[in-house]
Design a protein. Structure first.
Length: 153
Protein backbone atom coordinates (compact mmCIF):
# COMPACT_ATOMS: atom_id res chain seq x y z
CA UNK A 1 0.00 0.00 0.00
CA UNK A 2 1.30 3.46 -0.91
CA UNK A 3 1.25 5.90 2.02
CA UNK A 4 0.95 8.84 -0.38
CA UNK A 5 -2.07 7.20 -2.04
CA UNK A 6 -3.67 6.55 1.36
CA UNK A 7 -3.20 10.20 2.36
CA UNK A 8 -4.99 11.26 -0.83
CA UNK A 9 -7.76 8.67 -0.37
CA UNK A 10 -8.31 9.76 3.23
CA UNK A 11 -8.29 13.44 2.11
CA UNK A 12 -5.77 14.26 4.82
CA UNK A 13 -4.36 17.77 4.85
CA UNK A 14 -0.82 17.94 6.18
CA UNK A 15 0.25 21.25 7.72
CA UNK A 16 3.39 22.96 6.51
CA UNK A 17 6.39 21.09 7.95
CA UNK A 18 7.06 22.80 11.29
CA UNK A 19 10.28 24.75 11.64
CA UNK A 20 12.45 24.12 14.72
CA UNK A 21 11.88 26.64 17.51
CA UNK A 22 15.11 25.84 19.36
CA UNK A 23 18.48 24.17 18.74
CA UNK A 24 17.53 20.90 17.04
CA UNK A 25 16.50 19.47 13.68
CA UNK A 26 13.10 17.88 12.94
CA UNK A 27 14.55 14.62 11.57
CA UNK A 28 17.85 12.76 11.89
CA UNK A 29 18.61 9.67 9.85
CA UNK A 30 20.98 6.97 11.10
CA UNK A 31 21.20 4.09 8.66
CA UNK A 32 17.66 3.06 7.82
CA UNK A 33 16.12 4.75 10.87
CA UNK A 34 14.72 8.28 10.92
CA UNK A 35 14.31 9.82 14.35
CA UNK A 36 11.58 12.47 14.35
CA UNK A 37 11.86 15.13 17.06
CA UNK A 38 8.94 15.85 19.35
CA UNK A 39 6.08 17.55 17.52
CA UNK A 40 3.09 19.40 18.87
CA UNK A 41 -0.47 19.62 17.54
CA UNK A 42 0.14 22.07 14.68
CA UNK A 43 -2.99 22.71 12.64
CA UNK A 44 -2.95 23.73 8.94
CA UNK A 45 -3.60 27.36 9.96
CA UNK A 46 -0.35 27.15 12.02
CA UNK A 47 -2.19 27.43 15.35
CA UNK A 48 -1.64 24.86 18.11
CA UNK A 49 -4.06 22.83 20.20
CA UNK A 50 -3.35 23.91 23.77
CA UNK A 51 -4.58 22.95 27.22
CA UNK A 52 -4.42 20.16 29.77
CA UNK A 53 -6.34 16.97 29.06
CA UNK A 54 -8.71 16.27 31.93
CA UNK A 55 -8.94 19.96 32.85
CA UNK A 56 -9.15 22.25 29.79
CA UNK A 57 -9.73 19.50 27.22
CA UNK A 58 -11.76 16.30 27.22
CA UNK A 59 -10.17 12.94 26.51
CA UNK A 60 -11.75 13.03 23.02
CA UNK A 61 -10.28 16.49 22.37
CA UNK A 62 -6.89 15.20 23.55
CA UNK A 63 -7.17 12.24 21.17
CA UNK A 64 -7.96 14.61 18.30
CA UNK A 65 -4.93 16.74 19.30
CA UNK A 66 -2.77 13.60 19.10
CA UNK A 67 -4.11 12.97 15.58
CA UNK A 68 -3.18 16.55 14.67
CA UNK A 69 0.34 15.84 15.97
CA UNK A 70 0.43 12.81 13.67
CA UNK A 71 -0.30 15.02 10.67
CA UNK A 72 2.55 17.36 11.67
CA UNK A 73 4.92 14.39 12.07
CA UNK A 74 3.93 13.12 8.63
CA UNK A 75 4.55 16.60 7.19
CA UNK A 76 8.08 16.71 8.63
CA UNK A 77 8.80 13.16 7.52
CA UNK A 78 7.57 13.86 3.97
CA UNK A 79 9.59 17.08 3.89
CA UNK A 80 12.72 15.17 4.96
CA UNK A 81 12.25 12.05 2.81
CA UNK A 82 10.57 13.56 -0.24
CA UNK A 83 7.85 10.88 -0.11
CA UNK A 84 6.17 8.93 2.67
CA UNK A 85 6.34 5.89 0.38
CA UNK A 86 9.94 5.47 1.59
CA UNK A 87 8.66 4.53 5.07
CA UNK A 88 8.75 0.76 5.65
CA UNK A 89 7.43 0.82 9.22
CA UNK A 90 6.89 2.80 12.38
CA UNK A 91 9.35 1.49 14.96
CA UNK A 92 8.73 3.43 18.21
CA UNK A 93 6.52 6.22 19.54
CA UNK A 94 6.76 8.28 22.71
CA UNK A 95 3.51 10.13 23.33
CA UNK A 96 3.35 12.78 26.03
CA UNK A 97 0.04 14.16 27.25
CA UNK A 98 -0.25 17.50 29.04
CA UNK A 99 -2.57 16.07 31.68
CA UNK A 100 -4.40 17.13 34.79
CA UNK A 101 -2.96 15.37 37.87
CA UNK A 102 -5.91 12.97 38.17
CA UNK A 103 -6.13 12.09 34.45
CA UNK A 104 -5.08 8.46 33.86
CA UNK A 105 -6.07 7.49 30.33
CA UNK A 106 -2.96 8.65 28.46
CA UNK A 107 -2.89 5.62 26.11
CA UNK A 108 -6.39 6.44 24.80
CA UNK A 109 -5.24 9.98 23.98
CA UNK A 110 -2.13 8.80 22.12
CA UNK A 111 -4.33 6.40 20.14
CA UNK A 112 -5.21 9.49 18.09
CA UNK A 113 -1.63 9.43 16.76
CA UNK A 114 -1.36 5.65 16.54
CA UNK A 115 -4.68 5.18 14.75
CA UNK A 116 -3.61 7.73 12.11
CA UNK A 117 -0.33 5.88 11.53
CA UNK A 118 -2.28 2.64 10.92
CA UNK A 119 -4.67 4.45 8.56
CA UNK A 120 -1.69 5.70 6.50
CA UNK A 121 0.78 2.79 6.74
CA UNK A 122 -1.47 -0.20 7.50
CA UNK A 123 -0.05 -2.77 9.92
CA UNK A 124 3.40 -1.24 9.36
CA UNK A 125 2.06 1.79 11.23
CA UNK A 126 1.91 -0.18 14.49
CA UNK A 127 5.10 0.21 16.49
CA UNK A 128 6.32 -0.08 20.04
CA UNK A 129 4.88 2.76 22.13
CA UNK A 130 4.96 4.60 25.41
CA UNK A 131 2.16 6.97 26.45
CA UNK A 132 2.79 9.12 29.50
CA UNK A 133 1.31 12.10 31.30
CA UNK A 134 3.27 15.28 31.91
CA UNK A 135 2.76 18.12 34.36
CA UNK A 136 3.26 20.56 31.49
CA UNK A 137 4.44 20.74 27.89
CA UNK A 138 6.06 23.63 25.98
CA UNK A 139 3.64 26.46 25.25
CA UNK A 140 0.89 24.53 27.07
CA UNK A 141 0.42 22.27 24.01
CA UNK A 142 -1.96 19.39 24.66
CA UNK A 143 0.19 16.58 23.26
CA UNK A 144 3.76 16.03 22.06
CA UNK A 145 4.93 12.96 20.15
CA UNK A 146 8.34 11.79 18.97
CA UNK A 147 8.79 8.78 16.74
CA UNK A 148 11.28 6.51 14.98
CA UNK A 149 10.59 5.21 11.47
CA UNK A 150 12.41 2.63 9.34
CA UNK A 151 12.89 3.79 5.74
CA UNK A 152 14.09 2.51 2.37
CA UNK A 153 17.21 3.90 0.72
Amino acid sequence: MSAETRIAELKLILPPAPKPVATYVPCVQVGHLVYVSGHGPLKPDKSLVCGRVGADLTEAEGKEAARVVGLAVLASLRNYLGSLDRVTRLVKVLGMVNAAPDFQNHPAVINGFSDLMVEVFGDSGKGARSAVGMGSLPGNIAVEVEAIFEVRG
